[in-house]
Design a protein around this ligand. Structure first.
Ligand code: BGC
Length: 497
C-alpha cells in the first residue's frame, strides 16, 4: 500500500516535472510590431456590467438561466452585479488608460438596448450608457471595438426558439441597423457575433449553456446556420446603407484551437479535417472560395444523415442566394485563440449519434508537457496561435485578422507570473506570424478585469486587473501582467520577463 502511494506520488511529481514553461522563440525578422499594430483588452456585457434589471433593461437568457438554475454555476453566483461596470465604467477606463491600450473590445447587451429584442421599445437609458462609454473612450484616444452579441440573447427571442428559428435573421438585422444608426458615427469596428460555435454547440447541442437544448448534430447546426445568415444580413446592410457615410469595418469572431496530428506521424489530412470542423465550419462560408460550408463537412453529414434514415442532410449547403450573400461578408476575421489539441481519427466515431463529435470522427488529446491553466480545457500552446494564423493566411487569401481574445485563467493572484509567460509567448506567436506575412493587425487580451466566467462563476480569473468582488468599491487592481502588457504596448516590442 505504502509502496503504491510512493509510486503514485512519484508519478504525479514526475508528470508535473515534465510540464514545460509557457514560452515561444523569436523566429527571425523584426523584433518590433509594425507601427500601426493595435493592442487592446476585451470584455463582454453579461460578464461585467451587472445592473441586470436596472433602467429598463430586458432579460437575457443568462439572467433567466442563472436565476432558475443556480446549481449549474460552480459557485452558485450570477452576473446580477458582476464587476458593476454599468455603474463603474470610470474605473474600467482608469484600467484601460493604465494599460495604454489602443482599443477596447466590449459588447453591447442587446436586451439593455432593445428589451423586447425588436425596435418596439428602445431603451434610452441603455443608449445613454453606451454613448457615455464610447465618448469617454474616444476622448482618451481609445478606439471602441463593439461586439453586437456575446451570449446574452434577449429572453424575448428565446421564447420562440432563439437561434433555431430563422426569424432571428430579421431580428438581428434590424438590431444591427439600429446600432449603426445610433452609434456608427463613432464606432468603426463592429463584430456581429462572438464565438457562434460555442454558444450553438454548448447551448443547443450539449445543453451545457442556456437555453439548455439537447439536440446535438441538429439544433446546434441550425443555430450556426442561422447565425451565419444573420451575420451576412447585418454585414450587407452596413455596406448598402451605412458604409459610405461611416466608413467602418464589420467582421465576426470565431473561436478555434489549432490541431496537430501525432499518432499518424503528422498526417496533414487529419489536421485539415480537424481545422475544417472547427474554424472552417464558420469561416469557409464567409472567407473561403465556395461561399459554403467546407465540402468535407457537407459530404460527411450528408452521408451520415442518409445512414441515419433521414431524407435530408442535417447540414444542408447554402442555396445560391445565401451563398452569394454570405461569401465575402467580412472585412476582417476575429479570432479567439486560447489553446490547442492533438487530433486523431476515431475509428469507430465517438459521441452520440448524431453529434458534432460523431460527424467529425475525431478524438482529441493534450501533451503532458503543456502547462495547464485553472480551466480544465486550457493548456498553453503558443505555437498553435502562430500556426493557426498561418493556416488562415493560406486558406483565406490572407484576410485581415484581429485576435479578439487570448487569455489565461488562475486564482486571481496579483503576482500572476504564469499569465505574464502566457501573454509574452502568445504575443511572440503573433509577431512571428506577422513576420511570416500574416495580415494580423490587432491583438486583444481576455480580459481587462476578472469577471463572471459563465458556468464557472467567479472561480476562474482571466483579468489583467484583479477585481475585489467583496469590497464595496469593487476596486480594479493591476496585476503583474497588466504592468507587463503596458510595457509591451508602450515600446511596441516584446519585453522578456
Ligand atoms: C469567451 C469569453 C470567456 C473566455 C474564457 C471565450 O470563449 O468569449 O466570454 O470568458 O472564452 O472562457
Amino acid at each position: 500500500m505504502r509502496a503504491h502511494l510512493i509510486l503514485a506520488l512519484c508519478l504525479h511529481l514526475c508528470s508535473k516535472a515534465a510540464t514545460e514553461k509557457c514560452q515561444l522563440k523569436h523566429k527571425g525578422g523584426n523584433r518590433e510590431f509594425p507601427a500601426n499594430f493595435s493592442f487592446g483588452a476585451s470584455t463582454a456585457a453579461y460578464q461585467i456590467e451587472g445592473a441586470w434589471n436596472e433602467d429598463g433593461k430586458g432579460l437575457s437568457i443568462w439572467d433567466t438561466y442563472t436565476h432558475t438554475n443556480p446549481e449549474r454555476i460552480r459557485d452558485r453566483t450570477n452576473g446580477d452585479a458582476a464587476a458593476e461596470s454599468y455603474h463603474r465604467f470610470e474605473q474600467d477606463l482608469v484600467a484601460l488608460k493604465e494599460l495604454k491600450v489602443n482599443f477596447y473590445r466590449f459588447s453591447f447587451s442587446w436586451p439593455r438596448l432593445l428589451p423586447n429584442a425588436d425596435t418596439t421599445v428602445i431603451n434610452q437609458k441603455g443608449i445613454d450608457y453606451y454613448n457615455m462609454m464610447i465618448d469617454k473612450l474616444l476622448a482618451n484616444n481609445i478606439e471602441p471595438m463593439v461586439t453586437m452579441f456575446h451570449c446574452d440573447l434577449p429572453d424575448a427571442l428565446n421564447k420562440f426558439g432563439g437561434f433555431t428559428n430563422d426569424i432571428i435573421i430579421k431580428y438581428f438585422h434590424y438590431y444591427a441597423e439600429f446600432l449603426y444608426e445610433t452609434f456608427g458615427d463613432r464606432v468603426k469596428k463592429w463584430i456581429t457575433f462572438n464565438e457562434p460555435f460555442d454558444y450553438c454547440v454548448l447551448g443547443y447541442g450539449r445543453a451545457y449553456f442556456p437555453p439548455l437544448v439537447h439536440s446535438p448534430g441538429v439544433a446546434d447546426y441550425l443555430c450556426m446556420d442561422n447565425t451565419l445568415r444573420a451575420h451576412a444580413a447585418a454585414y450587407r446592410a452596413y455596406k448598402a446603407k451605412y458604409f459610405s457615410a461611416q466608413g467602418g469595418k464589420v467582421g465576426i469572431t470565431i473561436s478555434s484551437r489549432f490541431y496537430y496530428n501525432q499518432q499518424n506521424g503528422g498526417d496533414e489530412s487529419i489536421v485539415e479535417r480537424a481545422m475544417q470542423y472547427s474554424l472552417g465550419w464558420l469561416a469557409n462560408p464567409i472567407f473561403g472560395k465556395t461561399g459554403n460550408y467546407p465540402q468535407l463537412i457537407l459530404d460527411d453529414i450528408w452521408n451520415n444523415s442518409m445512414r441515419e434514415g433521414l431524407s435530408w442532410s442535417r447540414l444542408p449547403a447554402f442555396d445560391e442566394f445565401w451563398s452569394k450573400v454570405i461569401k465575402g461578408s467580412g472585412d476582417f476575421l476575429g479570432l479567439n485563440y486560447y489553446t490547442s489539441r492533438y487530433a486523431e481519427l476515431a475509428d469507430p466515431a465517438d459521441g452520440e449519434i448524431p453529434s458534432w463529435e460523431y460527424d467529425s470522427q475525431l478524438q482529441y488529446s493534450v501533451d503532458e508537457k503543456w502547462k495547464q491553466g485553472k480551466s480544465d480545457w486550457l493548456y498553453c500552446v503558443p505555437q498553435g496561435l502562430e500556426d493557426i494564423l498561418k493556416w488562415i493566411r493560406d486558406h483565406y487569401d490572407n484576410v485581415e485578422v484581429f485576435v479578439t481574445e487570448n487569455g489565461w485563467s488562475d486564482n486571481g493572484q496579483l503576482e500572476d507570473s504564469e499569465r505574464v509567460d502566457y501573454l509574452q509567448a502568445h504575443l511572440q506567436a503573433v509577431l512571428n506570424a506577422v513576420n511570416d506575412g500574416c495580415n494580423v493587425t490587432h491583438y486583444s487580451h481576455w480580459s481587462l478585469i476578472d469577471n463572471f466566467e459563465w458556468n464557472m462563476g467567479y472561480t476562474q480569473k482571466f483579468g489583467l486587473f484583479y477585481l475585489n468582488l467583496t469590497s464595496p468599491n469593487k476596486e480594479r487592481i493591476a496585476k503583474k501582467s497588466a504592468r507587463y502588457y503596458s510595457s509591451v504596448i508602450e515600446s511596441g516590442k516584446i519585453i522578456l520577463s
